[in-house]
Design a protein. Sequence first.
Length: 331
Amino acid sequence: MSSQNTKSSVKPLNRTFSIAPMLDWTDRHYRYLARLMSAELLLYTEMVTTGAIIHGKGDYLAYNEEEHPLALQLGGSNPHDLAICAKQAVERGYDEINLNVGCPSDRVQSGRFGACLMAEPSLVAECVTAMRAVADIPVTVKTRIGIDEQDSYEFLTEFVETVRDAGCDTFIVHARKAWLQGLSPKENREIPPLDYDRVYQLKRDYPDLSISINGGVKSLEECKVHLVKLDGVMVGREAYQNPYILAKVDQQLCGLDKPVLSRDAVLEKFIPYIEKHLQAGGRLNHITRHMTGLFQGEVGSRIWRRYISENAHKPGSGIEVIEQARKNMTS
Ligand SMILES: Cc1cc2nc3c(=O)[nH]c(=O)nc-3n(C[C@H](O)[C@H](O)[C@H](O)COP(=O)(O)O)c2cc1C
């Protein structure tokens, strides 16, 4: 059973299907859209650094109530700062705090956090301890299977055991290692080979831990295969580029008996949210940029995409751009 210090009155989070944290992509507009399609999936924010939360001018913790269940992903490695942020996350009503131990970007490395923390399991353990001391919600870790030449199974298990001993019982594992030098973050999501077996092995060896797999998953069918062996699947790029796959998560992966929304029904449900955003002075393209893949695979999807890309950024653009894009698909 879980040793996690969760709120006793709150039911445990359903980790069957989650959407990966993706900087610039999984902002609150995208997350609202995702939630329209599935009540069950678990959402993650983009990574927010402790520096931004503590010293930044904006409100980096803002989200829509409808997004729950929602995890805040933190980037940082200073236990004291992480505890300050974890406390704020609890106060703001987040359902989970996740520490990023997977990002290989130079900027993140120079701040001594992200994937390079795999080499410092004791520091990650200290971070987890500090956050758990102030948070009565799950504190989880998203990691890689290794970094640079440190890519043995023993390296991974030593990391996991050290962090587990600090009370983290949930790991999301991106099933490829990261090269800390020489590859861009994008290349680090494509070039190091995926090794799903290693993640399966981890679950076999640590059955009490909740292990979710991440990396390269493109369909709910693939999710089902992983779910036979693991606790959850986290999907990133496919969930963003082809968001309509989310419409069947509740039925196909979570066993709920309810109708699947059509793409047009999703669009219709999204319109009031967009209108509210526009009324508050927001730009149309800040939302539509997350919708260009909604009709992926359908006849006319390129027309939809093109019309939106060419028109939504124009000053004063409103809902009519979306309506016209939809009309153009069939005319
Ligand atoms: C645009 C973009 C931004 C990302 N930003 C983050 C991030 O903020 N935090 C993080 O842990 N991973 C980030 N990732 C990595 C994803 O969470 C995920 O681990 C990776 O894309 C592999 O999953 P996928 O093959 O399903 O996309 C990002 C990925 C992309 C494509």
